[in-house]
Unconditional design. Structure first.
Length: 259
């Protein structure tokens, strides 16, 4: 375990695992820490040195009052690479992590070798928002019902029937309220449309075909916007495709990163 220092002095916790020569940075979703990747990460440790980290506001990273925006989160990733002494790395971001990865690849093209954007959105006026029905289901006053609604958006009924948790994709329970609000605002205000057109890294866009949490219609928008990007929709998969459908998703990502 290690700590990097962000541009504004925030301490960022990160871990490195695996044995490969190349580095793969895995970027978690909104309001989640590095445990988001605990299941899927093992699929990549045999080929890469994998890097996972706690976003500012989560886990063992600092939890400042300010500094929550997707472009700033991308600068945090760059600070981690600097601390490691790594010039270029592969990058795989999912959900809000995919929004962050968009900025990283656009703002720091020399730092990203190959890019994977999973279950994410361009945001802004071009992004496809979740429906009002989905928003209402997540905003229920009954916390248990709201949590179940989130699980139903992440995983299929068949998966939930045989997997009873604990789940590492439903948010970091230790986040203070101001950090949780900051993550929500960062994701909501993301607008990567112009950034997508500036991405030069070979890019794979992956999405669960049945994802309505971050609607799957966002995937072709991103793939059409990033020069030369490839698109793969996974039939039957919801938002947490990288975990439930890892037997499909991980080989796709490995093939892309292997060139």
């Amino acid at each position: 375990m290690s700590f990097a220092r962000a541009d504004d002095g925030v301490s960022l916790y990160y871990e490195v695992n695996g044995t490969g020569d190349d580095v793969l940075v895995l970027i978690a979703g909104q309001a989640n820490n590095h445990h988001w990747w605990d299941v899927a990460r093992q699929d990549f440790d045999g080929r890469f040195r994998t890097v996972v980290f706690d976003h500012r506001g989560t886990g063992d990273s600092d939890k400042p009052e300010t500094g929550y925006r997707t472009r700033g989160f991308a600068a945090d990733v760059r600070a981690i690479l600097d601390d490691m002494g790594v010039e270029r790395a592969h990058v795989y971001g999912t959900s809000m992590g995919g929004r962050i990865a968009q900025w990283l690849a656009a703002d720091h093209p020399g730092r990203v070798r190959r890019l994977v954007l999973g279950c994410t959105s361009p945001g802004g006026v071009h992004g496809i928002e979740r429906s009002a029905e989905v928003r209402r289901s997540l905003a229920q006053r009954d916390a248990a019902k709201a949590r179940q609604a989130l699980l139903d958006l992440l995983y299929t009924p068949d998966w939930l029937a045989t997997h009873h948790g604990p789940f590492d994709t439903t948010g970091d329970p230790g986040m203070p309220p101001h950090a949780r609000r900051g993550h929500f605002t960062a994701s909501k205000e993301h607008d990567g449309w112009d950034a997508l057109a500036r991405i030069t890294a070979p890019t794979l866009v992956v999405h669960g075909a049945d994802d309505i949490f971050n609607p799957a219609a966002n995937a072709p928008l991103i793939a059409d916007r990033v020069p030369g990007a490839r698109l793969h929709l996974i039939p039957g998969a919801r938002h947490a495709y990288f975990e439930e459908f890892r037997e499909v998703a991980s080989p796709l990502v490995l093939a892309h990163l292997g060139g």
